[in-house]
Design a protein around this ligand. Structure first.
Ligand code: TRP
Length: 334
C-alpha cells in the first residue's frame, strides 16, 4: 500500500529558530519513515508580506534548506522543494478562490491578527489581495499533494481548517477530487521567546537560531526572563511563571522536576539555573550546528537537493492538477 502523505511548509523570511526545530521540524522528522513527506519552502507565500524585498526571500531559500537538512529532514526519504516552481499551486489557487468569500477570509483569526501586526507592510491602502488570499493558496499547497497530514504550529489551525472547508466545497460541486487534510500539532506547538514574549522571531530579537554560535546562544539565555519576585539567589521562586524553567522542561529532560523543586525551595539561583540550561540546550543544538556547518559548506549539494525535490514534487502536483481540470470540465483538446 502506498504511504500516506505529509505536506508542510516554511516561509523563507529568516533562519530557522529553535521553535521550528523542536516543533514542526522535529515532528516531521519523526514521521518521515511512516509517511511520504513533502517539505515545502514557501517562497511564494513569503512574498505576500515581503513583496518589497524579493532578495531577502531569495537568499533565505538556501538558508532555510540548510536548516531543514540540519534539523534532520533526510532528502533520501523526504522531498524538499521550492513552492514558486510548482505551477499547479497557483493554478489551483485561482480555481479555489471562487469558493471563498472575502468575508470568510477576513474572519480567519490568524489572518486577522497578522493583518493587524503588518500594518506598516501594507501602508495606507490596507491589506493586499495576495496576503488576504494566502489561506487559499495554502489550501492549494496542501491539496496539490493529496496530503493526509499537515504538521504545523498552533497558529496554522485556522488556515488548515479553511483548507478543509475549501476541499469540502470543491468536492461537493465538482465531485470527489481532493483529499481533506488533517492538522497535526507537535508536542511543543509554540516555544515562547526567552524574554517571555509569546512569539519567537527575528524581528522581535528574541529568537535562538540554529545558526547561532554557543556564545550567541548563551548570551540570549543569560538574558532570559525569570520569576521577577525571586530577587536573591536563595529566595524561593515560582518555576510556573519562569521562561527559563519552561525551557528546562523542554531541554533538560529528567533534570527538570528537580530543578523546579529546588527553585521553589530557594535552593538554586537563577544564574546557576541559566548556566545549566545552556549546557542542556547545547547538547541538543551542538550536533545540529555541526550538521548545519556541513551543509552550509556545500551549497551546490543543497541546491541539487532542492532541484531534484522540485522535479519530484511537480510530478505529484501535476497529477492532482489533471484530476482537478478533468472534474472541472476544463478539458478541450486531446
Ligand atoms: N503558513 C505557514 C507558516 O507561516 C507556512 C506554510 C505555507 C505552510 N504553506 C504551508 C504550512 C502548507 C503548512 C502547510 O508557517
Amino acid at each position: 500500500m502506498a504511504k500516506k502523505r505529509i505536506l508542510t511548509g516554511i516561509r523563507p523570511t529568516g533562519r530557522l529558530h529553535i521553535g521550528h526545530l523542536v516543533g514542526q521540524i522535529a515532528l516531521t522528522k519523526s514521521l518521515q519513515d511512516e509517511f511520504d513527506v513533502f517539505e515545502m519552502i514557501a517562497d511564494t507565500q513569503a512574498l505576500t508580506d515581503n513583496f518589497h524585498d524579493p532578495k531577502k526571500v531569495h537568499d533565505h531559500v538556501l538558508e532555510v534548506a540548510i536548516d531543514v537538512l540540519a534539523g534532520g529532514i533526510d532528502p533520501e526519504k523526504s522531498t524538499i522543494f521550492v513552492q514558486s516552481h510548482i505551477p499547479a499551486i497557483p493554478e489551483m489557487t485561482v480555481y479555489f478562490s471562487n469558493l471563498v468569500t472575502i468575508a470568510r477570509l477576513m474572519r480567519n483569526p490568524t489572518v486577522k491578527t497578522e493583518i493587524a501586526q503588518k500594518k506598516e507592510v501594507f501602508g495606507e491602502g490596507g491589506v493586499t489581495f495576495g496576503f488576504l488570499g494566502y489561506p487559499v493558496s495554502q489550501a492549494a499547497d496542501i491539496t496539490a499533494f493529496d496530503a493526509d497530514l499537515v504538521p504545523a504550529g498552533d497558529d496554522q489551525a485556522p488556515i488548515i481548517e479553511q483548507a478543509r472547508e475549501i476541499v469540502r466545497k470543491f468536492n461537493s460541486i465538482y465531485g470527489p477530487t481532493l483529499k481533506e487534510p488533517e492538522h497535526r500539532m507537535s508536542a511543543i506547538p509554540r516555544l515562547p521567546g526567552l524574554d517571555g514574549n509569546q512569539k519567537m522571531g527575528k524581528s522581535l530579537g528574541n529568537g535562538i537560531f540554529l545558526a547561532d554560535s554557543l556564545e550567541e546562544m548563551s548570551k540570549k539565555v543569560m538574558q532570559g526572563k525569570t520569576d521577577p519576585e525571586k530577587i536573591h539567589k536563595d529566595s524561593p521562586g515560582n518555576p510556573d511563571i519562569c521562561t527559563v524553567f519552561l525551557y528546562h522542561s523542554h531541554f533538560s529532560g529528567e533534570a527538570a522536576p528537580t530543578i523546579a523543586t529546588e527553585c521553589r525551595k530557594g535552593e538554586r539561583g537563577c544564574v546557576q539555573c541559566k548556566r545549566e540550561l545552556i549546557t542542556h540546550m547545547d547538547s541538543f543544538l551542538a550536533p545540529l550546528r555541526e550538521k548545519r556547518d556541513y551543509f552550509a559548506a556545500r551549497p551546490d549539494f543543497v541546491m541539487d537537493v532542492l532541484k531534484e525535490g522540485t522535479q519530484k514534487a511537480n510530478a505529484v502536483a501535476n497529477e492532482v492538477l489533471e484530476r482537478v481540470r478533468t472534474n472541472m470540465h476544463l478539458r478541450y483538446f486531446h
